[in-house]
Unconditional design. Structure first.
Length: 289
């Protein structure tokens, strides 16, 4: 049994150490089947869902705003002291192709025209009194041929690599819009990797534990529709906290929520500083029959 921390509320439930400050912006879940004795292999499944957060609903908050993520990293942390290893041949390295249709159209056009000149022999004077009259007429016939090509489109591009500490990670970037929305992969069909239980058959140690984290940099936070809820409240807060502007207040709000849920936060004023948006310990589930 472990503690779950959600927005300052601690609950003891199951064996999943779960920390997620902004569930509307990103939710993270990880699980694998129960290890048996010996060097058993199990698939590690990770489900990630991105969305848009609407923050500042608390009465004490002087601002309200929307928050989205432009790029994020998923990291699987396997502690060195844990009796578990990763099968490198099992690591998911390809970018999946999910959700959405991309259509291109090729159009061809054909047109025809003609002109004629009429002379004074017909008793027609031109517009300037001359003996010739230019009559220009155009007949245009246009036909179109459209060839539509459709195929699966990448909603979220996924690039696999490793961190400086050697942990496997997946960098997620939106392909069809500016921010991350939805799932980057099917958690059931495409596990991230296989975990190998390295305990001996006679070992009495606890089952190995694996942690999964989702991080981003400050520059990856998209803050929009930032408004003041109460001018008087804002003025008092500026005097007390010394906020430079509304954006500084939004950054402070984000930092306090993350820290309050026990997540790591770098210097929020530094664009390249790293923020941990969610951290979970992989749950164990019964082996499928």
């Amino acid at each position: 049994m472990v503690d779950i921390h959600l927005a300052g509320l601690s609950v003891t439930i199951g064996n999943n150490d779960r920390k997620q400050a902004f569930a509307d912006i990103v939710t993270l879940e990880a699980w694998h089947e129960t290890f048996g004795s010996g060097a058993q292999q199990v698939d590690l499944h990770v489900d990630v869902v991105f969305g848009t957060g609407r923050l500042g609903e608390e009465a004490a908050s002087p601002i309200r705003f929307k928050l989205e993520i432009k790029q994020a990293e998923l990291v699987v942390v396997v502690p060195q002291m844990e009796p578990v290893a990763v099968d490198p041949t099992s690591v998911s390295r390809d970018t999946p192709r999910l959700s959405g249709r991309m259509t291109s159209t090729l159009e061809k056009k054909r047109s025809r025209s003609f002109s004629a000149k009429l002379f004074g022999a017909f008793g027609i004077k031109g517009p300037n009194g001359g003996g010739a009259f230019d009559l220009a007429a155009a007949s245009s016939q246009q036909s179109s041929e459209k060839l539509e090509l459709s195929g699966a489109a990448e909603v979220i591009a996924v690039t696999q690599s490793r961190t400086g500490d050697g942990h496997y990670r997946w960098i997620m970037t939106p392909k069809m819009q500016d921010t991350l929305t939805g799932r980057p992969w099917d958690a059931i069909k495409t596990p991230r990797m296989k975990l190998v239980d390295t305990r001996t058959a006679t070992s009495a140690s606890l089952p190995p534990a694996v942690r999964v984290e989702l991080t981003c940099r400050r520059e990856d936070l998209l803050i929009t529709e930032l408004t003041l809820k109460d001018d008087a409240h804002w003025a008092a807060l500026v005097r007390r906290e010394g906020f430079r502007n509304r954006m500084a207040a939004a950054e402070s709000y984000i930092r306090d929520r993350l820290i309050g849920d026990g997540l790591e936060v770098g210097d929020i004023d530094e664009l390249f500083s790293r923020l941990t948006l969610a951290s979970v310990s992989a749950m164990t589930v019964p082996k499928a029959p």
